[in-house]
Design a binder for this molecule. Sequence first.
Ligand code: SAM
Length: 339
Amino acid sequence: MIPVHLERAVFGIYATHSLHFADRSGVFVHLADHGSATAAELSGALGVDGETLERLLLVLVSLQVLTRTEGRYALAEGTRPYLDSREPHYLLGFVDHLVGSTAQRFGQVHDYLSRGKAAVDAELPDPFATLYRDDDSVRRFLTAMWQLSFHVSHELARLADLGDVRRLVDVGGASGPFSVAALLAYPRLRSTVFDLPQVGPYLAERAEAYELGDRLTFAGGDFFRDPLPEGDCVAFGYILSDWDDDTCEGLLRKAYDACRPGGRVLVMERLFDPDRRGPLSTAVMNLSMHLETQGRHRTPEEYLGLLRRAGFADCAVRRSTADKHLLVGRRSPVTVGAR
Ligand SMILES: C[S@@+](CC[C@H](N)C(=O)[O-])C[C@H]1O[C@@H](n2cnc3c(N)ncnc32)[C@H](O)[C@@H]1O
């Protein structure tokens, strides 16, 4: 008998793809609206081939994503917030990114193993030139980031305690998952998202959707070449995990310079357990970072070390109830000499 955890690992490729195809076909929204349905009812309503659909549904039943009672399928208890695309916790836009983008790069693992990442990457374009290769790729990536980050950002904004902050600078803030959550929580706050120019229109869409007016602005630029806008709080959400330690230290030093004396830096990231035995999502995304970026995931102590080396003091970890956590550091209230 194959141990259950090994069986799940072996068939994981089917699990992700079954979720993806069921989502794209509209299965989860239909079940959310109708409670339950037979495979024939579902295939009729969604206009898809019945036999293929039922085979996908049976995989999802065995994974306990769906239930099957007397031939009728329904969402398993507790899964709706993650499967229904109208819900704020919806996760399958991220699955779309895994299938449409990350999985396309698995061939690279073989090359990395045989030749090393540095040698292989030297022949490839910059990670964001690949991720943003056309308008559709930009939109899909930013949608995936929004879905990963927006919901937890409400909690991160509370943990960040921004009541005394007037100007937030959200470095690589994408279409604004953290900025929007922070602006909704703190009415006196203003935020500038600093990101690559092609991201601007997507931020403007969110600013309009959330009626934030000029409280949410965009500054287009390259954080390696351009100075960061000044603020009393500089945030990095899922940025440092894209880059190696030296690059992160350089970005944090830039943030130190952009941060008014006494101001704060916020780093929001997945965290490895101190012994690196988990959690699973961090270990998986650590491999994904290797394939898609120049970065990796770190332990809390590693992030605190980066913050301290860049000059920040009072560095601390504040854990959320989800898988994205907050690390904070403070710039000294008085300007001191060279760091
Ligand atoms: C992984 S996403 C993080 C998005 C968002 N902060 C979050 O927490 O979900 C990385 C962001 O960094 C931006 N970025 C990448 N390289 C950049 C550069 N050189 N200058 C400015 N922004 C950059 C990307 O456009 C993207 O929005």
